[in-house]
Ligand binder design. Structure first.
Ligand code: ATP
Ligand code: MG
Length: 561
């Protein structure tokens, strides 16, 4: 492709609307343009990469027996009402004004609709259906460029099986295909067990990449691969102390001491000699949650321990329940249920609030002084703590979800009446699975992992072009002739070449653009080297340069690409 005739609008300046590297570079390198908040056009260079990702996805879906469909994006609202998902998606679902249509955010309903009445016998099963198509979600906070858009491309696959064993097998096939897809795309990713949210169903796993732009926080062990959303992640951390001798409890005046840090400072003690109190409401009853030192309560764990919804007490409620304000609450004399984090198990000689403003109590032995105390894992895992599986060091960081695989079960077949007859003529609901990949996100995440201060760094499988051919001074006839010939020759050899044949652009500008666009190999043709029968080759991933004789160019490129 000749750059002089192409629409590749590169920008020198960092666009003001972009914060994260992939978004900045996708705009600067002319891959995308934003039409409206969360709505992007893919420009030719960007769409070329999208097509490569879709090719890889199609190959791997076809390899596990996937059959490609194209379902409509415009759906009758009625079908979505039958599964209760108009309400479940709420404001995220786009509605068509004055018509009973919605724009599909995913396609379980439509798959079930097609299966209903068409899949009637066990002989029709299993099926693996997929599509690559535009999805619409009215995300409340579209951001990070195409990573969270209101319109985006998704590969969504659906398995239909006669029983849960069949579903397990389909799920395992998708899991394998996902690993192949992300490996082939050159992504560094990991897999996290997850809860399946609005989709419903039993088991699900998320394929994630580490990124500050992510909206999930995960704990990850590099050594054994343990990975979990911090909402549920476990870790091994230092226990509270159990000293041989338990003191008696004593009250101590602590004027204006509210936080654990202030208490430690005031009494010159270590944070692990203190227990922090948080009071929650559960089924209209207060529960005191004791944490070691400054540890924060993990509300997801708390609500699964207590069962059902929990909320922190309001300040007025707190005063009424305990007689004191936040900062002075503690387990001694607290008249309701008390639970503590596992790290406090059997701890003694602790300081905690006295349920009286400006006072604390010391010498607390939890087992002795808090009858009925119960211990659970209630903490938020933190970086540097130990992995529960292998004991090596955990890392906690932000991550982006690339793809998600779900075991749906019979939720959609039940709602839409998708049933089949088994060998004995007995009828059953079809068992479904659903498997999504964000195609735009794959591209953005690849960039998040492959760039430097100069620009993009493509690797062969996704690179829009293999080679960027740069003619330095195209007004020089020898240079432009050599470039034209090289362009033809390299193209004939099967390389995909982006040819910077622009005449009115300086060498410096061309170098910057080539680095920004980031093709794996640059072939730079200039007068000086040509006089010696040479051109320069630059590898974008290392930025290594090398002058090479024209006659050896092909051999060299074969070695590099
Ligand atoms: P998230 O938690 O990021 O909102 P999700 O759980 O809603 O994702 P799914 O419904 O599982 O996502 O959709 C499958 C895939 O589609 C996701 O793994 C992700 O890669 C992609 N995806 C989801 N929402 C968006 C979006 N708003 N913009 C771009 N891609 C998206
Ligand atoms: Mg979502």
């Amino acid at each position: 492709m000749r750059l002089s005739k192409s629409f590749v609008p590169t920008l020198k300046e960092v666009p003001s609307e972009a914060i994260i590297p992939s978004h900045i570079l996708m705009i600067r390198a002319g891959l995308v343009r934003q039409l409206s908040a969360g709505i992007y056009s893919w420009l030719p260079l960007g769409y070329k990469v999208i097509r490569k990702i879709m090719d890889i996805i199609r190959e791997e879906m076809d390899a596990i027996g996937g059959q490609e469909f194209l379902y409509p994006a415009l759906n009758p609202k009625e079908i979505w009402e039958q599964t209760g998902r108009v309400a479940a998606f709420g404001d995220t679902l786009f509605h068509i004004k004055n018509r009973d249509y919605v724009l599909a955010p995913t396609h379980e309903e439509i798959v079930a609709w097609h299966a209903q009445g068409a899949i009637t016998s066990y002989k029709d099963l299993p099926q693996m259906w997929y599509q690559i198509q535009t999805k619409f979600r009215n995300e409340p906070r579209p951001r990070s460029g195409v990573i969270r858009g209101r319109q985006f491309l998704m590969k969504d696959a659906y398995s239909l099986d006669k029983d849960f064993e069949g579903l397990d097998a389909s799920y395992a096939q998708q899991d394998k295909a996902y690993r192949k897809i992300f490996d082939r795309c050159g992504l560094k990713y990991f897999v996290v067990g997850a809860s399946s949210g609005a989709m419903g169903g039993s088991k699900s796993e998320e394929f994630m990449v580490k990124s500050d732009a992510g909206e999930d926080t995960v704990a990850y062990c590099e050594k054994c691969g343990y990975a979990a959303n911090v909402e549920v992640a476990q870790s091994i951390a230092e226990q509270g102390k159990h000293l041989a001798e338990s003191k008696n409890i004593f009250e101590i005046s602590t004027p204006n001491v509210k936080s654990i840090d202030e208490l430690c400072e005031f009494l010159k003690i270590h944070e692990h000699e203190t227990a922090k109190s948080r009071v929650y409401m559960h089924n209209d009853k207060p529960v005191l949650v004791l944490m070691l030192g400054n540890d924060e309560v993990n509300e997801t764990k708390l609500s699964s321990v207590l069962g059902g919804e929990v909320r922190p007490c309001h300040p007025e409620e707190l005063k009424e329940i305990s007689g004191a304000d936040a900062g002075s609450i503690g387990p001694i004399g607290f008249k309701h249920r008390i639970i503590a984090d596992n790290l406090l198990k059997d701890a003694n000689n602790l300081y905690s609030g006295a349920n009286k403003n400006d006072y604390h109590i010391g010498g607390i032995d939890l087992n002795r002084d808090v009858p009925g105390i119960e211990y659970f894992d209630l903490r938020i895992a933190e970086s540097g703590e130990k992995c529960v599986r292998c004991g090596s060091t955990l890392d906690v960081f932000k991550a982006i979800e690339l793809g998600h695989i779900f075991k749906l079960g019979t939720k959609y077949s039940d709602a839409l009446g998708v049933r089949f007859l088994d060998e004995n003529g007995k009828d059953h609901p079809v068992v479904m699975g659903s498997y999504g990949i964000g195609v735009d996100r794959v591209l953005a995440c690849f960039i998040e992992q492959n760039f430097d201060e100069k620009g993009l760094i493509w690797k062969k499988p996704l690179a829009p072009f293999d080679i960027q051919l740069v003619g330095l001074n195209m007004k020089n006839e020898i240079v432009s002739d050599t470039c034209d010939k090289l362009y033809m020759h390299l193209t004939e050899l099967g390389y995909d070449v982006l040819y910077d044949d622009r005449r009115d652009v300086s060498a410096g500008f061309k170098f910057n653009d080539a680095d920004l666009l980031g093709m794996p190999v640059q072939v730079v043709v200039g007068e000086k080297n040509l006089k010696e029968g040479k051109v320069e080759i630059k590898l974008r991933n290392t930025n290594e340069k090398q002058a090479i004789e024209l006659v050896h160019l092909h051999t060299k490129l074969k070695e590099l690409l």
